[in-house]
Design a protein around this ligand. Structure first.
Ligand SMILES: CC1=C(/C=C/C(C)=C/C=C/C(C)=C/C=O)C(C)(C)CCC1
Length: 294
């Protein structure tokens, strides 16, 4: 739990800020202001959704991790090793699902106890009571998830081989995908997730940013001191939001002890930050976005 919190708060959270910064530094100030307003609107909407339907919202939160690992990983492949073996949008979707699913679906099969326990704490943060459907129907959910994920994995690797042959891109993809599945199967879930985001995700996104970094910045971008001030302000606002969220929810630690409660609380918080990051930072901005590859 300590490893998870260090990895996620000290290492991964600053990278999230950097991702916003790297995305906005090439934009006009008016764009950045619109971005911030939309981001906050989606954030408030997602918090509201957790209060109205915590279980569904938790599913959406976990999907956020799948999309970050999956779609984000696909863009890294685009930039670094090529994706000639993924020719249709179906294949790209499958590739993203399989990579992201390694992060959130494989551990449900390999580490169901910790998965269910912490998921339960997370919905209890919002005052929900009773066991999750995930807990009461665990075996059924595992069979369904295992079947769908297994089929997707075979279709992804088989489809890529069929479309691109034994290319370098396919081999790299197959090796990375296998590594992710093996990693999330054998490394205890909390540590696995807590190291994956700060090390694998951030390292690769930084490599992608570097690989595509030749763009000219917008003419009216912020000056250096103002950029610094915006980043400091961004960090303070982020921790202010965390404090506000702590006060807002009825049961911030979800009924767990201090350390377990901190893990559950921070995980919900990072999902709350990450969903609007993807929606506003990527999907509403198809021409560029946080995972931009020219
Ligand atoms: C279910 C579950 C977990 C969920 C982790 C999640 C959902 C992480 C999301 C991270 C994101 C969105 C990062 C963005 O940068 C834990 C805490 C590992 C503990 C074991 C059970």
């Amino acid at each position: 739990m300590v490893g998870y919190l260090i990895g996620m708060v000290a290492l991964n959270l600053p990278h999230g800020g950097y991702e916003h910064f790297a995305n906005l530094r090439h934009r006009r100030v008016s764009f950045s202001l619109r971005y911030i307003v939309l981001y906050l609107a989606f954030l408030v909407g997602f918090v509201g959704f957790f209060f109205v339907a915590p279980v569904v919202a938790l599913g959406l939160a976990f999907s956020t991790a799948v999309i970050k690992g999956g779609h984000g990983g696909l863009k890294v492949m685009d930039a670094l090793c090529g994706t000639e073996h993924l020719q249709s949008s179906w294949q790209r979707g499958l590739a993203a699902f399989v990579r992201g699913g390694a992060v959130m679906l494989v551990p449900l099969l390999a580490w169901p106890g910790v998965y269910v326990t912490f998921s339960t704490y997370m919905v209890h943060i919002f005052g929900a009571a009773g066991p999750l459907p995930l807990a009461t129907r665990l075996a059924d959910v595992q069979v369904a998830v295992g079947t769908v994920y297994g089929l997707a994995l075979v279709a992804h690797l088989g489809g890529g081989l069929y479309a691109g042959g034994l290319s370098r891109a396919w081999l790299t993809d197959a090796a990375e995908t296998t590594l992710l599945v093996v990693y999330f199967t054998f490394v205890p879930m909390m540590l696995a997730v807590g190291l994956y985001f700060p090390l694998w995700y951030t390292l690769r996104q930084t490599a992608r940013t570097t690989a595509v970094a030749s763009d000219a910045p917008a003419p009216d971008r912020l000056s250096l001191p103002l950029t610094w001030a915006a980043m400091v302000l961004g960090a303070l606002v982020t921790f202010g939001l965390m404090a506000g969220f702590y006060v807002l929810v009825p049961n911030p630690l979800g009924g767990a002890g201090l350390l377990g409660g901190a893990v559950a609380f921070y995980t919900i918080f990072v999902c709350l930050l990450a969903l609007p990051h993807i929606v506003v930072g990527e999907w509403l901005d198809p021409a560029r976005g946080i995972w931009y590859v020219p």
